[in-house]
Ligand binder design. Structure first.
Ligand SMILES: [Zn+2]
Length: 237
């Protein structure tokens, strides 16, 4: 099983790892810092080094409990050889800030507008989109929600990663959708992202350590997708 270091420390920019399986240009590693796509957050990119030779990481795939790095070409190394993983940090950090921004908005929706729900989200390198299902959501109300999120950002709330047992997790409101509840029931350990004083939820993504790292959220676009469903595009600056 690959040890997924990004789950514990999202600020790790490089690490040494061993190849545990090789299949052409794809290598399975024992330790991984690259995030594979999931939960609306895109996969990382970066480089692998072996004996001064540099390979770019084209994709990161999950294979059961293992992580497979897809390289730009076949690597000269073999099983049990040591490589170095180097993350494209600038891109990852942008994803982290946007992901935390979405959780802050979700926390504000839970706290102040309890009939609301984020039904989908997608993070890009320079912006994010969220779909919200909520009665009476107008562009003006969306701007008010974003301003409340910006207040949380400037207040500097700590963002913590916690690992809870199934029993500890069961007593908390950590998931808001039925598929989420079903997934949580299959886990022995539940990873939780806590924005102190605001929000706690089960999550597999990478986040900043303090809300003040997010910057300032701007509502770039507001789209009507139906009576209840609205789509918001967000930027950070
Ligand atoms: Zn998330």
């Amino acid at each position: 099983m690959t040890e997924k270091l990004y789950l514990k420390d999202s600020y790790l920019k490089e690490t040494y790892a061993k190849i545990i399986n090789k299949d052409g240009s794809e290598i399975t590693v024992d330790i991984d810092i690259f995030y594979p796509e999931g939960g609306g957050q895109p996969a990382d990119s970066g480089k692998v080094l072996y004996k001064e030779e540099e390979y770019s990481v084209k994709d990161i795939k999950k294979d059961g409990k293992d992580i497979v790095l897809v390289l730009d070409r076949e690597i000269a190394a073999n099983e049990a050889d040591e490589i170095k993983e180097i993350l494209d940090w600038e891109k990852r950090y942008a994803h982290m800030k946007l992901h935390t921004a979405i959780h802050i908005i979700d926390g504000v929706l839970e706290r102040d507008y309890n009939s609301s729900l984020i039904t989908g989200n997608q993070i890009y390198d320079d912006r994010a989109r969220i779909d919200i299902s909520m009665d009476g959501l107008t562009k003006e109300l969306a701007s008010e929600i974003i301003e409340k999120a910006n207040t949380i950002i400037s207040e500097g709330h700590e963002v913590n990663v916690k690992f809870l047992t199934k029993e500890e997790a069961a007593n908390k409101n950590l998931v808001r959708t039925q598929p989420g509840r079903e997934l949580m029931n299959t886990l022995d350990i539940v990873r939780v992202i806590e924005i102190s004083g605001l929000d706690e939820q089960m999550d597999g993504g990478t986040h900043v350590k303090n809300t003040n790292e997010v910057g300032h959220i701007t509502l770039e676009r507001f789209e009507n997708k139906g009576k209840q469903n609205k789509r918001l595009y967000l930027k950070l600056n």
